[in-house]
Design a protein around this ligand. Sequence first.
Ligand code: ADP
Length: 449
Amino acid sequence: MFDKLLVANRGEIAVRVMQACEELGIDTVAIYSDADRNAGHVEFADEAYNVGPAPASESYLDQETILETADRAGADAIHPGYGFLAENAAFAARAEDAEGITWVGPPSEAMEALGEKTTARRVMQAADVPVVPGTSDPVDSAAEVRELGDEFGYPVAIKAAGGGGGRGMKIVRSADEAEDALESAKREGEAYFDDATVYVEKYLESPKHVEVQILADEHDTVLHLGERDCSLQRRHQKVIEEAPSPALDASLRESIGEAARRGVREAGYTNAGTVEFLVEDGEFYFMEVNTRIQVEHTVTEEVTGIDIVREQLRIAAGEELPFAQEDVAIDGHAIEFRINAENPAAEFAPTPGELETYVPPGGLGVRVDDAVTKGDEIAGDYDSMIAKLIVRAPTRERCLERSRRALRHFDISGPETIVPFHRLMLDDATFRAGEHTTDYLDREVDADE
Ligand code: ADP
C-alpha cells in the first residue's frame, strides 16, 4: 500500500479521500489555493502545500505545480477526486510517468477513449451495449444535423464530444434551429473543453437518468455495484440522487448492470467508474462514462456497505477486489441531497458569503460529507456544493421520512442554500412516487415563474 498520498482537490471530496487513506495507514498531503488557507481539507491533512492564487486555473488546475508538490512532499500516489483534473487524460498520463508516483484512477488510455463521447459510443457498441440513437461520428454542418433530425425524429441534441454536465449540449426542436444550435454547441465545446467537435443524438424528452457504479481491478475482475437514479436535475445538473433506482425492475437492473460491465471491460478499464444511461419506456441507452469517483458515490456505499474510495486505493496499489459479483448485495435505500450555496428562488444562482451557522444533523442513518465549519467563507471561485447529506433506511418510504427529519435539523445560515428546496421536494407527490424524470424539475420551476 502507499505511504503518502497527495489529493489534487479541495472540499468534501478531498476529506473523503483522506478519510479512506487514514483507515489504510496512508499519510495525506493537501494542496490549497490562497482562498483555501484555512479550509477543512487543509485542516484534515497531515501536510499541506500552497499551489497558487484563488482562481482554479492558477492553482487546482496547475498540473506542473501539483506534480512538483507531489515530488517535494515525497508522495507516492495522487488521487484527483472529481472535477478539476480528475478526467484530464493528459494529466493522468503525466502522473503515470512521474517517477515514484501512482495515479489513483483508470489508465490514461482508457480515460482518453471513454472521455471522448463519440469514441465511447463506439466502444459501447462494440460491446453490444445499446447507445442513445445517434451518430458516433463528428458532425460538421447544419445540413448533416437536419439529415439526422429527419432520420431520428426531432428533437435531437447536438453534444460536444468532450462535454459534460449539460455544457456544450444544444437541443434542436426543428430543422430551422439546426444552424444556430450547431454554432453554439461548437462554441461551448471549444470554450469549456477545448474541443469544438460535436455529434448528434436523439433527445429523449422524459427519461430517467440511471447510472451504474463499476469497480475493476488489474486482475481481470470487473464488478458492478448496482445503480443510482439521478433524475432530479436542474438544467442537467444533479440535485438529489438515490440508490437503488425506483424505476427499475429486477430484470432491467440485471441487464443494465451487465451492460455496464461489458462496456468497461471492452475499454480495458480499471479502478472506479460510472456508466451513465438514459432509461425510457423500459429501454436503456448508454450516454457516457465518468472515469472518476462521482459526487453521488455515497448512496452506493450506503446500500452495499462497500467503501468505494478504499477500493480505488487498493486497486491502484495492484491489489485484487476482495469480493465477487455474487457477494454484492443491495440492502435498503439511500438518498443524497446536495447542499449547495445557491438561491432556489433566483434560478439556483450561487450565493457566496460567510457561513454564519453550520450545525449538520446526525443520528441513525444520517451521514454528512463536508469540509466546512461555521465562520468559513464560501468562495465564489469554486463549485457551490458545500456539503452532502446522505440518508439511509431499510425502505425508500422510511428513507423519505428520515430525510425529512434530517433536513429539518440541518441548521445552516449565511449564504442562501437549497436546504429549504429539499424540504419542499419531500412533499412533492411525483418525487415521492419516484416518477420524476430529468425534465421534471425544470418544468416545475419554470411553471412557477
Ligand atoms: P454528464 O452526464 O457529464 O453531466 P451530459 O452533458 O452528457 O453529461 O448529460 C447531462 C444531462 O443531460 C443528463 O443527465 C441528461 O439529463 C441530459 N441528457 C444528455 N443527453 C441527453 C439525450 N440524448 N436526451 C435527453 N437528455 C439528455
